[in-house]
Design a protein around this ligand. Structure first.
Ligand code: GLN
Length: 235
């Protein structure tokens, strides 16, 4: 059974449902408070997860303090983990944290163009089919979003470049927060590092969707994201 390590910060609040989702997809899941994190904590893991929430109260900007502390605690270990074939998933606040850990293409998640926290179902679409995290999902699906700082921005021309080169693996089906090129999720060159603003862990049971029979899938769409990466790791 592959081992998943979820790193929890003060203010992380999606760790319980995320570890349940990981277990449903066949992982053994460990939630580790950042105070206990050391470079050797990564040794057993095949997947590192940064889950959703409000790490350090979203002070400075979402994810920023957690990035600094993670870098300080792990040094180069996280990069080495990926270079050795490990997988990293950042969900919502976890994606915000991942943006400055030098594991994903450049860009930031800033306040939604509405100026408000948004909490809703979001239509999503895959951009190509290179992400192991999205392999088990259809081209179009929905997941819940819940964020104030979910608007992806890059330097001039970067968002369009990420669409073309496939780094932008997941897009919104319509504009919900002002994200450049409607980017909802980004991956690295290997596809083993993936961050997304929507919450797959909130849609595991299909009856939590407003139309449970939509597309006739057995489970909620979020389940297939965790399943996809479990299958990639097993392959
Ligand atoms: N649910 C989340 O992880 C999102 C919270 C996030 N820190 C925000 O932008 O509001």
């Amino acid at each position: 059974m592959p081992h998943a390590l979820l790193i929890k910060f003060p203010g992380t609040n999606c760790d319980l449902e995320t570890s349940r989702a990981l277990e449903a997809a066949g992982f053994s899941a460990e939630v580790l408070p950042v105070a206990h994190l050391e470079p050797t904590s990564l040794d057993r893991a095949k997947l590192i997860v940064f889950s959703g929430g409000f790490s350090y109260g979203d002070y400075v900007m979402s994810g920023r303090i957690a990035q600094l502390i993670t870098k300080h605690k792990l040094g180069e270990r996280l990069k080495q983990f990926v270079a050795d074939g490990g997988y990293v998933l950042g969900i919502c606040n976890g994606f915000q944290i991942l943006t400055q850990l030098d594991l994903l293409p450049r860009g930031s998640l800033i306040h939604n163009n509405t100026g408000r926290f948004i909490c809703r179902w979001a239509p999503l679409k895959k951009n190509g089919n290179t992400s192991p995290f999205l392999k088990a999902l259809p081209d179009n699906f929905e997941l819940p979003v819940a964020h104030a700082e979910g608007r992806f921005v890059g330097e001039s021309g970067d968002a369009e470049k990420y669409i073309k080169d496939g780094h932008a693996a997941l897009l919104y089906g319509k504009d919900i927060n002002g994200s450049s090129a409607q980017i909802a999720g980004l991956q690295d060159d290997t596809g083993r590092v993936f961050g997304l603003m929507p919450h797959p862990e909130r849609f595991i049971a299909k009856n939590t969707h407003y139309d449970p029979d939509w597309n006739g899938a057995e489970q909620g769409w979020g389940y297939y994201l965790f399943k996809g990466v479990a299958e990639a790791i097993a392959a």
